[in-house]
Design a binder for this molecule. Structure first.
Ligand code: TMP
Ligand code: ASP
Length: 238
């Protein structure tokens, strides 16, 4: 697979074309951002850890029947993926209250929800990723509503796979964000699943093991990502 020109560079990953029009290469960089790009830093080993973390989780989801864009690991920081037409939408599931839902609704952090919630956000840093609903998506033609419905179904299916898996390994999957795209009319999980886009707490101590360590300056950010990965059975190469 030949790596060609860079197509797009996001806050933490870059996307490269390849000699196959239907495949891209994702490069996970050490750049780390939070608060819609307002807080930025470089964290040693982050690109490698997140690339390999993502590969492990995507393979777990594929094995459970959830279609993903992941194809193969190419190097510590690079993965081959299918080209998707991405929807500019973020799908968030919450099992336990944390982050924006606490601020928005005055909910105490750490309360276990009676059932998981599903929220949609528009992917737009300048606007601070505002919360939206299906009516906005339809009115502004941001995506096909059937594809959004399928994304919601897959987002909950991911919860059914990952929540018990994290629990078996002594961790609570508090919440997470997923992004979907379409290829050949099929809705497929794209982007990444890493501790950058979810909240993971230790089941016993409730210690934060995800990007909140970076957001809240708690230290040991990548060490915590590695700990989560090792608990789930990952080994990392650098
Ligand atoms: P929130 O509490 O800030 O709404 O985020 C909920 C979860 O989704 C949390 O694990 C972080 C993740 N998330 C992102 O990674 N990027 C985003 O742009 C948004 C809105 C959420
Ligand atoms: N991932 C988003 C950003 O980098 C949201 C966040 O992590 O706060 O801005």
């Amino acid at each position: 697979m030949e790596k060609r020109e860079e197509l797009y560079s996001g806050k933490a990953k870059s996307v490269f074309k390849t000699d196959d029009a239907d495949r891209y290469i994702l490069v996970f960089r050490d750049d780390t951002s939070a608060f819609d790009g307002k807080k930025i830093s470089q964290l040693d080993r982050k690109g490698a850890v997140n690339n390999q973390f993502n590969a492990f989780v995507m393979q777990k989801l594929e094995a459970a029947g959830i279609p993903t864009h992941f194809e193969s690991l190419l190097s510590p920081c690079e993965a081959l993926v299918k080209r998707l037409d991405m929807m500019p939408i973020e799908c968030v599931v919450r099992n336990v209250a944390a982050g924006s839902i606490c601020r928005r609704l005055g909910i105490e952090e750490g309360i276990t929800l009676k059932k998981p919630t599903f929220e949609l956000f528009l992917k737009n840093d300048d606007l601070g990723d505002p919360m939206i609903n299906e009516y906005h998506i339809d009115a502004f033609d941001w995506a096909d509503l059937d594809a959004v419905a399928k994304s919601r179904e897959l987002t909950f299916a991911v919860n059914d796979v990952l929540t018990p898996w994290f629990a078996e390994h002594g961790m609570i999957l508090v919440d997470y964000k997923l992004e979907f795209g379409v290829v050949d009319g099929k809705v497929v999980l794209g982007d990444e699943f890493t501790p950058d886009g979810c909240r993971i707490w230790d089941s016993e101590t409730r210690a934060k093991l995800d990007k909140d360590r970076f957001r809240q300056d708690l230290g040991d950010v990548i060490e915590s990502y590695e700990l989560v990965g090792r608990r789930l059975g990952m080994t990392f190469e650098y």
